[in-house]
Design a protein around this ligand. Structure first.
Ligand code: PNS
Length: 161
């Protein structure tokens, strides 16, 4: 039984995240998507519970995937969940992300698997989506998220009116 841990902020989950979850579900028996709930980070769009809900709904077609929230270090969560691997998006395999993967493996022996880069989603980021929604470009943001996330984005856009 292999367990993959996919940590991230997921604020909100988007199509690039979903492609990475689907990669993990194809390659490992169980996937734990872990939403970082950082009480000190207040600049986001959705609270931790809402992000977990959106991830859960967006991944409801994948029976081996579940979503939790976490505080603290990814390595601590990976060990407590007995993860065999940490999963991250392929286009992040450089710089600080590569260093984090190397450091995590040095500390725990748990490697990071980078999902293949997908040309259709590599330009998408949660910060871009938040920026679009906050700038009145909801329609553009909606093209970048799973359908389950649409209503929540629409609500956020309405709040700023
Ligand atoms: O979606 P993101 O924002 O790119 O995810 C970043 C995340 C949550 C994976 C990263 O910030 C993280 O692992 N945070 C938990 C704290 C931690 O383990 N930091 C490692 C540096 S020592």
């Amino acid at each position: 039984m292999t367990v993959a841990l996919y940590p991230g902020s997921f604020d909100p989950i988007h199509l690039g995240h979903l492609a990475t979850v689907e990669f993990a579900a194809r390659n490992f028996d169980e996937v734990v998507v872990a939403v970082l709930a950082n009480p000190n980070k207040s600049s986001g769009m959705f609270g931790a519970a809402e992000r977990v809900r959106l991830v859960t709904e967006a991944c409801s077609h994948l029976p081996t995937v579940r979503c939790v929230h976490f505080y603290g270090l990814t390595v601590a969560l990976a060990e407590s969940r007995r993860a065999d691997v940490v999963v991250r998006a392929g286009h992040k395999e450089h710089g600080i992300e590569w260093s984090m993967a190397a450091m995590n493996q040095a500390m725990t022996g748990i490697p990071t698997a980078f999902a293949p880069v997908d040309g259709r989603t590599r330009g998408i980021s949660a910060s871009l989506i938040r920026h679009l929604v906050q700038s009145g470009k909801l329609a553009a943001g909606l093209t970048m998220v799973p359908t389950a996330v649409g209503p929540a984005l629409v609500e956020k856009a309405a709040e700023r009116l």
